[in-house]
Design a protein around this ligand. Structure first.
Ligand SMILES: N[C@@H](CCC(=O)N[C@@H](CS)C(=O)NCC(=O)O)C(=O)O
Length: 90
C-alpha cells in the first residue's frame, strides 16, 4: 500500500486527514495506535515523534505529522490528478 495513516480512534485531527484522503479518492492503510502516548513506539520510529496523525507516502518517500501540513501535502501532490480525473468523467 502506497499511503499509510497512523491514527487514533476518535482523534479529530486524524479524521480531518481521512476526510481529505477520501475526498481525493486515495486508498490508504490505517495503522491504529494506542491512546497512551508512551506506547506509540512505532509512530516514533517512523516519524521521530509520538503524535498522530502521521502520513507515510511510500511512493513519494514522504513521512509527515501535523494534520494541516499533511492535507496541504495531499492537495499539492494529488489534488490536480483528482481534478483531472473528475473533469474526464464529466
Ligand atoms: N497539531 C496537531 C495535533 C495532533 C494531536 O493533538 N494529536 C493527538 C491525538 S488527537 C496526539 O497524538 N497527541 C499527542 C502528541 O501530540 O504528542 C495536528 O494538527 O495534527
Amino acid at each position: 500500500m502506497a499511503i499509510t495513516l497512523y491514527r487514533l480512534e476518535g482523534c479529530p485531527y486524524c479524521e480531518k486527514v481521512v476526510a481529505r484522503l477520501d475526498d481525493l479518492g486515495l486508498d490508504f492503510e490505517s495503522v491504529w495506535v494506542e491512546g497512551m502516548h508512551s506506547l506509540r513506539n512505532e509512530v516514533r520510529r517512523v516519524s521521530g515523534q509520538r503524535g498522530v496523525p502521521v502520513l507515510v507516502d511510500d511512493q513519494a518517500g514522504v513521512t509527515m505529522a501535523e494534520s494541516d501540513r499533511i492535507n496541504e501535502y495531499l492537495d499539492a501532490t494529488y489534488g490536480a490528478k483528482r481534478a483531472a480525473a473528475d473533469a474526464e468523467a464529466a
